[in-house]
Design a protein around this ligand. Structure first.
Ligand SMILES: [Fe+2]
Length: 390
């Protein structure tokens, strides 16, 4: 029994359901935010969905500002610019509206605007988060418009250190949004490629969390149901973006993935992170490419677990059946089978492969892989993903 020791953190209030974006003014009142800064990305800012949401605020006579200068992977200067707008507008809270980048940046602005130390002092290392002035962190309302990252129920934000080109995870428990409005209608405009990529990211979160070692039955339970929801609904949402039932289940699966991965992630993410950083590929799509190779690599450690999972999801054939189902799902979503299908004209020399393997083994997710990810293993996985041999 001595090994049954763990730490559990569970998400926040989620107002889930079609049309619930109309409750935004009420959510602001419930959180005590009187002058929100609305943080979104430049693509979304031009779309009617943002205009409609801002009208809800105007109609409710909520004074607000808008900030949308964020790169797909938020950088330090985006954060600095956002904080300036936040302070100038005398805002007292943030509405983070969008996909991963807008949600992360919105959370980071609310966190960092009242701090006196540089943001890098709050990287997710040990207890560095205790250096922050918790009382100076502004409340956040998160409104996801994709179904993948799950950042809406997370307590961290990722920002790129521009000088070193490294992504840093900034963590504080109070970076968890006070209220999430999860309205599946907001995701119905996502094009198929993004639906597939973000959905496969949610699957990767659930699968890697489920396979990560450690005692965390709550995360495991959430992960298996999340995986079932993805298998049943992602092909439907991909084929028909207006299928709001499928969209709703995918929105749940995304939040479930993020709730589950407090247990850990693994080698899918460890390899995907450097490839994404060096080739600017879509995070979820890159995960989707690596998934079957990593699953095969981990086989000995997770065979029984995956057989149990397969039985629950309704997939016959234990581990092999599940591995086949992953390949079938990827095919349905037009996920490239190998890396050259994802990165046009890919020609990786030995030096580049070594760099990726070096980055993968020190990625914070590597420790969660059920089989130790050595440099040799990372190189072998990379070769398999390039050749397409599972
Ligand atoms: Fe991810």
């Amino acid at each position: 029994m001595s090994k049954l020791v763990s730490k559990w953190n569970y998400p926040t209030t989620v107002r889930f359901g079609q049309g619930r974006i109309s409750e935004l003014p009420d959510a602001l009142a419930a959180t005590g935010i009187k002058r929100p800064l609305f943080v979104t990305d430049p693509g979304l800012a031009k779309l009617p969905v943002v205009a409609r949401t801002l009208k809800l605020l105007a109609d409710a006579k909520v004074p607000h500002g808008v900030f949308s200068e964020v790169k797909p992977n938020p950088v330090e200067s985006n954060l600095a610019a956002g904080i300036e707008v936040y302070k100038k507008g005398k805002h007292d809270g943030v509405i983070a509206f969008g996909g991963g980048s807008a949600l992360d940046l919105g959370k980071l602005i609310a966190f960092q605007a009242g701090q006196t130390r540089p943001v890098w002092d709050f990287e997710d290392i040990g207890d560095w988060w205790t250096r922050a002035d918790a009382d100076a962190i502004a409340p956040i309302i998160a409104v996801p418009t994709t179904a993948g990252t799950g950042s809406e129920v997370g307590r961290a934000g990722v920002v790129t250190h521009e000088a070193t080109h490294t992504k840093k995870v900034i963590f504080h428990p109070k970076m968890l949004p006070s209220i999430v409005i999860a309205d599946p209608e907001l995701t119905s405009g996502m094009p198929p490629f993004i639906t597939a990529g973000t959905g496969m990211d949610a699957l990767a979160h659930c699968l890697e969390a489920y396979c990560a070692p450690g005692y965390h039955p709550m995360a495991d339970g959430i992960a298996v149901e999340g995986i079932r929801l993805v298998f049943e609904n992602l092909p439907k949402a991909y084929a028909d973006g207006k299928d709001l039932t499928a969209r709703a289940h995918m929105m749940s699966a995304a939040a479930m993935g993020a709730a589950a991965f407090q247990k850990g992630l693994g080698a899918i993410h460890s390899l995907s992170h450097p490839v994404g950083a060096l080739y600017d590929t879509h995070h979820g799509m890159t995960n989707a490419v690596f998934m079957p190779y990593v699953l095969a690599f981990n086989r000995d450690a997770v065979e029984d677990r995956i057989a149990r999972l397969a039985a629950y999801v309704g997939i016959k054939g234990g581990f092999d059946g599940f591995a086949k189902a992953v390949l079938k799902l990827r095919k349905e979503l037009k996920v490239p089978h190998a890396l050259p299908g994802l990165i046009k004209g890919l020609d990786m020399d030995k030096k580049r492969k070594n760099l990726i393997a070096d980055m993968a083994v020190v990625d914070p997710t590597a420790g969660g892989n059920p089989v130790k990810l050595t440099k040799k293993a990372a190189l072998a996985l990379l070769d398999k993903a390039i050749e397409g041999t599972v």
